[in-house]
Unconditional design. Sequence first.
Length: 84
Amino acid sequence: MTRLAMAEFRAELSDVVSRVQHGGEPVVIDRHGKPAVAVVPLEMLVRLQAVEDHADRKAARRSLREVHAKGTVSLDELKQQLGL
């Protein structure tokens, strides 16, 4: 993984985009000597989003199972629990 200072990134923007797009290697951009952002190939971003979506669906299913395991709650009970 390549790292560039912000000034280098600005000066080499077109080259960096080409390297990332065609070479597939992410480039980390440092700001004030610390990693700030990354330029990544689109395919990598799509895969990352798919992994996150899968994790979100898994968490949602787990939450639904927990709710179903506890049974149903009436609207009045829910309001009481929420202090409404």
